[in-house]
Design a protein around this ligand. Structure first.
Ligand code: BGC
Length: 281
Protein backbone atom coordinates (compact mmCIF):
# COMPACT_ATOMS: atom_id res chain seq x y z
CA UNK A 1 0.00 0.00 0.00
CA UNK A 2 1.48 3.34 -0.94
CA UNK A 3 0.71 5.90 1.70
CA UNK A 4 2.82 7.77 4.20
CA UNK A 5 0.89 6.09 6.95
CA UNK A 6 1.51 4.92 10.45
CA UNK A 7 1.08 1.42 11.76
CA UNK A 8 -1.28 1.13 14.69
CA UNK A 9 -1.96 -1.64 17.15
CA UNK A 10 -5.44 -2.73 18.15
CA UNK A 11 -4.88 -0.67 21.29
CA UNK A 12 -4.68 2.42 19.11
CA UNK A 13 -1.13 3.18 20.18
CA UNK A 14 1.32 4.22 17.53
CA UNK A 15 3.71 1.41 16.82
CA UNK A 16 7.06 3.11 16.79
CA UNK A 17 9.64 0.81 15.23
CA UNK A 18 9.94 1.49 11.52
CA UNK A 19 10.80 -1.56 9.49
CA UNK A 20 9.32 -3.95 12.04
CA UNK A 21 6.81 -6.56 10.90
CA UNK A 22 3.19 -5.95 12.00
CA UNK A 23 1.79 -8.53 14.41
CA UNK A 24 -1.59 -10.16 13.96
CA UNK A 25 -4.41 -7.74 14.73
CA UNK A 26 -2.45 -4.67 13.67
CA UNK A 27 -3.56 -2.61 10.72
CA UNK A 28 -2.21 0.18 8.56
CA UNK A 29 -3.98 3.48 8.58
CA UNK A 30 -3.12 6.36 6.24
CA UNK A 31 -3.62 9.99 7.26
CA UNK A 32 -7.16 10.68 6.10
CA UNK A 33 -10.35 12.59 6.76
CA UNK A 34 -13.68 10.85 7.30
CA UNK A 35 -17.17 12.27 7.77
CA UNK A 36 -18.56 10.98 11.07
CA UNK A 37 -22.30 11.03 11.73
CA UNK A 38 -23.99 10.30 15.05
CA UNK A 39 -27.65 9.41 14.69
CA UNK A 40 -29.68 9.78 17.86
CA UNK A 41 -33.33 9.69 18.82
CA UNK A 42 -33.34 13.50 19.18
CA UNK A 43 -30.57 14.81 16.92
CA UNK A 44 -28.34 13.87 14.01
CA UNK A 45 -24.83 15.33 14.25
CA UNK A 46 -21.94 15.28 11.85
CA UNK A 47 -18.37 16.48 11.51
CA UNK A 48 -15.16 15.84 9.63
CA UNK A 49 -12.63 13.84 11.61
CA UNK A 50 -8.89 13.76 10.87
CA UNK A 51 -6.91 10.56 11.34
CA UNK A 52 -4.67 9.27 12.77
CA UNK A 53 -5.26 11.95 15.45
CA UNK A 54 -9.00 11.23 15.68
CA UNK A 55 -9.74 14.95 16.00
CA UNK A 56 -12.90 16.69 14.87
CA UNK A 57 -12.46 19.70 12.56
CA UNK A 58 -14.38 22.54 14.22
CA UNK A 59 -17.83 22.27 15.75
CA UNK A 60 -20.23 19.51 14.71
CA UNK A 61 -23.33 20.36 12.68
CA UNK A 62 -26.65 19.40 14.30
CA UNK A 63 -30.00 18.58 12.73
CA UNK A 64 -33.13 17.48 14.59
CA UNK A 65 -34.02 13.81 14.12
CA UNK A 66 -37.15 13.75 11.93
CA UNK A 67 -40.28 12.54 13.74
CA UNK A 68 -41.25 9.86 12.99
CA UNK A 69 -37.69 8.76 12.16
CA UNK A 70 -38.60 6.47 9.28
CA UNK A 71 -35.83 5.08 7.05
CA UNK A 72 -36.64 7.60 4.29
CA UNK A 73 -36.93 10.64 6.59
CA UNK A 74 -33.69 9.77 8.39
CA UNK A 75 -31.86 9.03 5.15
CA UNK A 76 -32.86 12.51 3.94
CA UNK A 77 -31.44 14.08 7.12
CA UNK A 78 -28.20 12.12 6.64
CA UNK A 79 -28.03 13.35 3.04
CA UNK A 80 -28.49 16.95 4.23
CA UNK A 81 -25.40 16.58 6.42
CA UNK A 82 -23.38 15.02 3.61
CA UNK A 83 -24.44 17.86 1.29
CA UNK A 84 -23.65 20.46 3.95
CA UNK A 85 -20.04 19.26 4.03
CA UNK A 86 -20.08 18.71 0.24
CA UNK A 87 -18.47 15.45 1.23
CA UNK A 88 -17.27 12.83 -1.21
CA UNK A 89 -15.41 10.08 0.58
CA UNK A 90 -15.74 7.56 3.42
CA UNK A 91 -18.51 8.08 5.96
CA UNK A 92 -19.02 6.36 9.30
CA UNK A 93 -22.34 6.52 11.12
CA UNK A 94 -23.43 5.49 14.59
CA UNK A 95 -26.97 4.13 14.72
CA UNK A 96 -29.10 3.94 17.91
CA UNK A 97 -29.79 0.22 17.82
CA UNK A 98 -27.88 -3.06 17.61
CA UNK A 99 -26.67 -3.89 14.09
CA UNK A 100 -25.83 -7.46 13.17
CA UNK A 101 -24.37 -8.26 9.77
CA UNK A 102 -25.46 -4.80 8.62
CA UNK A 103 -29.08 -5.25 9.69
CA UNK A 104 -30.93 -3.32 12.43
CA UNK A 105 -32.21 -5.62 15.17
CA UNK A 106 -34.12 -3.06 17.25
CA UNK A 107 -34.50 0.73 17.16
CA UNK A 108 -36.57 1.70 20.17
CA UNK A 109 -35.95 5.44 19.81
CA UNK A 110 -36.56 5.57 16.04
CA UNK A 111 -39.37 4.33 13.83
CA UNK A 112 -39.99 0.55 14.14
CA UNK A 113 -39.77 0.49 10.33
CA UNK A 114 -35.99 0.31 10.78
CA UNK A 115 -36.08 -3.23 12.13
CA UNK A 116 -34.68 -5.63 9.53
CA UNK A 117 -33.34 -2.80 7.33
CA UNK A 118 -29.73 -2.25 6.27
CA UNK A 119 -28.78 1.39 7.02
CA UNK A 120 -25.49 1.19 5.08
CA UNK A 121 -27.38 0.31 1.90
CA UNK A 122 -30.09 2.93 2.51
CA UNK A 123 -27.59 5.75 3.18
CA UNK A 124 -25.32 4.70 0.32
CA UNK A 125 -28.20 4.74 -2.12
CA UNK A 126 -29.32 8.27 -1.26
CA UNK A 127 -25.85 9.85 -0.91
CA UNK A 128 -23.88 7.75 -3.44
CA UNK A 129 -21.05 7.56 -0.86
CA UNK A 130 -19.60 4.57 0.97
CA UNK A 131 -20.88 4.08 4.55
CA UNK A 132 -19.86 1.98 7.53
CA UNK A 133 -22.62 1.90 10.16
CA UNK A 134 -22.19 0.57 13.69
CA UNK A 135 -24.12 0.94 16.95
CA UNK A 136 -23.90 4.52 18.31
CA UNK A 137 -22.65 3.56 21.78
CA UNK A 138 -20.06 1.20 20.27
CA UNK A 139 -18.90 4.18 18.20
CA UNK A 140 -18.67 6.46 21.26
CA UNK A 141 -16.80 3.73 23.13
CA UNK A 142 -14.27 3.29 20.32
CA UNK A 143 -13.50 7.00 20.43
CA UNK A 144 -13.15 7.09 24.22
CA UNK A 145 -11.04 3.94 24.44
CA UNK A 146 -8.66 5.03 21.68
CA UNK A 147 -8.63 8.82 22.01
CA UNK A 148 -10.35 9.74 25.29
CA UNK A 149 -10.95 8.70 28.89
CA UNK A 150 -10.10 5.02 28.32
CA UNK A 151 -6.88 5.55 26.39
CA UNK A 152 -4.53 3.88 28.84
CA UNK A 153 -7.10 1.52 30.35
CA UNK A 154 -6.42 -2.19 30.54
CA UNK A 155 -8.80 -5.06 31.19
CA UNK A 156 -12.55 -4.70 30.88
CA UNK A 157 -13.93 -1.26 30.06
CA UNK A 158 -17.61 -0.38 29.75
CA UNK A 159 -18.80 2.81 28.11
CA UNK A 160 -22.30 3.96 29.04
CA UNK A 161 -23.96 6.77 27.09
CA UNK A 162 -26.79 8.66 28.74
CA UNK A 163 -28.92 10.44 26.14
CA UNK A 164 -32.36 9.87 24.65
CA UNK A 165 -31.71 6.21 25.43
CA UNK A 166 -28.93 4.42 27.29
CA UNK A 167 -26.22 2.86 25.17
CA UNK A 168 -23.37 0.58 26.14
CA UNK A 169 -20.07 -0.58 24.67
CA UNK A 170 -17.91 -3.35 26.11
CA UNK A 171 -14.14 -3.64 25.57
CA UNK A 172 -11.57 -6.16 26.61
CA UNK A 173 -7.95 -5.05 26.23
CA UNK A 174 -9.08 -2.35 23.80
CA UNK A 175 -11.08 -4.71 21.59
CA UNK A 176 -14.80 -4.03 21.16
CA UNK A 177 -17.35 -6.74 21.85
CA UNK A 178 -20.17 -5.17 19.81
CA UNK A 179 -23.89 -4.76 20.37
CA UNK A 180 -24.19 -5.10 24.14
CA UNK A 181 -27.51 -3.54 25.07
CA UNK A 182 -27.00 -2.81 28.76
CA UNK A 183 -29.30 0.21 28.51
CA UNK A 184 -32.19 -2.21 28.64
CA UNK A 185 -31.35 -3.75 32.00
CA UNK A 186 -34.29 -3.26 34.31
CA UNK A 187 -34.58 -0.94 37.29
CA UNK A 188 -37.54 -1.56 39.56
CA UNK A 189 -39.04 -3.87 36.93
CA UNK A 190 -38.85 -1.25 34.15
CA UNK A 191 -36.40 -0.65 31.31
CA UNK A 192 -33.51 1.38 32.79
CA UNK A 193 -33.85 3.92 29.96
CA UNK A 194 -37.16 5.01 31.44
CA UNK A 195 -35.51 6.38 34.58
CA UNK A 196 -31.72 6.67 34.13
CA UNK A 197 -31.40 8.21 30.64
CA UNK A 198 -30.76 11.96 30.29
CA UNK A 199 -34.15 12.21 28.58
CA UNK A 200 -35.89 10.69 31.62
CA UNK A 201 -34.42 13.45 33.81
CA UNK A 202 -35.83 16.08 31.45
CA UNK A 203 -39.25 14.46 31.06
CA UNK A 204 -39.75 14.06 34.81
CA UNK A 205 -38.03 17.39 35.58
CA UNK A 206 -35.95 15.62 38.21
CA UNK A 207 -33.17 17.44 40.06
CA UNK A 208 -29.60 16.28 39.41
CA UNK A 209 -29.66 14.78 42.90
CA UNK A 210 -32.79 12.73 42.30
CA UNK A 211 -31.65 11.55 38.89
CA UNK A 212 -28.15 10.70 40.08
CA UNK A 213 -29.67 8.16 42.50
CA UNK A 214 -31.33 6.38 39.57
CA UNK A 215 -28.06 6.43 37.64
CA UNK A 216 -26.28 5.06 40.72
CA UNK A 217 -28.68 2.15 40.95
CA UNK A 218 -28.10 1.52 37.25
CA UNK A 219 -24.29 1.74 37.42
CA UNK A 220 -24.25 -0.56 40.46
CA UNK A 221 -26.12 -3.13 38.42
CA UNK A 222 -23.74 -2.85 35.47
CA UNK A 223 -20.83 -3.15 37.91
CA UNK A 224 -22.29 -6.25 39.56
CA UNK A 225 -23.10 -8.04 36.31
CA UNK A 226 -20.08 -7.17 34.16
CA UNK A 227 -17.35 -6.57 36.78
CA UNK A 228 -15.49 -4.02 34.66
CA UNK A 229 -12.25 -2.31 35.66
CA UNK A 230 -13.41 1.04 34.30
CA UNK A 231 -16.79 2.57 33.49
CA UNK A 232 -16.77 5.65 31.21
CA UNK A 233 -19.99 7.64 31.35
CA UNK A 234 -20.76 9.73 28.26
CA UNK A 235 -23.49 11.61 26.46
CA UNK A 236 -24.17 15.37 26.60
CA UNK A 237 -24.69 15.17 30.40
CA UNK A 238 -21.03 14.17 30.85
CA UNK A 239 -20.17 17.86 30.27
CA UNK A 240 -21.79 18.61 33.64
CA UNK A 241 -20.60 15.46 35.39
CA UNK A 242 -19.59 17.33 38.58
CA UNK A 243 -23.31 17.87 39.26
CA UNK A 244 -24.21 14.19 39.42
CA UNK A 245 -21.39 11.73 38.75
CA UNK A 246 -19.82 11.73 42.27
CA UNK A 247 -23.18 10.66 43.76
CA UNK A 248 -23.96 8.31 40.87
CA UNK A 249 -20.63 6.48 41.37
CA UNK A 250 -21.12 5.74 45.08
CA UNK A 251 -20.94 2.04 45.86
CA UNK A 252 -19.65 1.18 42.38
CA UNK A 253 -16.54 -0.98 42.68
CA UNK A 254 -15.16 -0.12 39.21
CA UNK A 255 -13.48 3.22 38.62
CA UNK A 256 -16.06 5.60 37.11
CA UNK A 257 -14.96 8.55 34.94
CA UNK A 258 -16.75 11.00 32.66
CA UNK A 259 -16.14 10.79 28.91
CA UNK A 260 -13.48 13.13 27.58
CA UNK A 261 -14.98 13.66 24.16
CA UNK A 262 -18.46 14.13 25.65
CA UNK A 263 -21.13 14.28 22.98
CA UNK A 264 -18.56 14.28 20.18
CA UNK A 265 -17.38 10.74 20.92
CA UNK A 266 -20.13 9.27 18.75
CA UNK A 267 -19.03 11.27 15.71
CA UNK A 268 -15.33 10.51 16.17
CA UNK A 269 -15.95 6.80 16.82
CA UNK A 270 -18.26 6.42 13.84
CA UNK A 271 -15.58 7.99 11.65
CA UNK A 272 -13.02 5.62 13.22
CA UNK A 273 -15.08 2.60 12.18
CA UNK A 274 -15.05 3.83 8.58
CA UNK A 275 -11.36 4.79 8.74
CA UNK A 276 -10.49 1.29 9.75
CA UNK A 277 -12.59 -0.03 6.92
CA UNK A 278 -13.96 -2.67 9.25
CA UNK A 279 -17.59 -3.21 10.09
CA UNK A 280 -17.25 -3.81 13.81
CA UNK A 281 -20.95 -3.65 14.46
C1 BGC B 1 -30.58 1.30 21.92
C2 BGC B 1 -29.07 1.17 21.84
C3 BGC B 1 -28.46 2.54 21.71
C4 BGC B 1 -28.93 3.44 22.82
C5 BGC B 1 -28.39 4.86 22.70
C6 BGC B 1 -30.94 2.22 23.04
O1 BGC B 1 -32.33 2.38 23.10
O2 BGC B 1 -31.20 0.05 22.11
O3 BGC B 1 -28.69 0.35 20.78
O4 BGC B 1 -27.07 2.42 21.73
O5 BGC B 1 -30.34 3.52 22.84
O6 BGC B 1 -28.83 5.46 21.53
Amino acid sequence: MSCLGAVFGTDGVRWPKSGAVPRAGMYLICPMTVLGIDIGGTGVKGGLVDFPAGVLQGDPVHLPTPQPASPLALARAVKKLVDHFQWKGPIGAGFPGPIREGVVETAVNLSPQWVGKNPEKIFQKITRQKFVVINDADAAGLAEVHHGAGKKAKGVVVMITLGTGIGSALFYQGVLIPNTELGHLTLGGKDAEKSASAKAREIHEWSWKKWSRKVREYLQQVDRLINPDLIIVGGGVSKRSEKWLPRASEGVRAKVVPAKLHNEAGIVGAAMAAARGRGLG
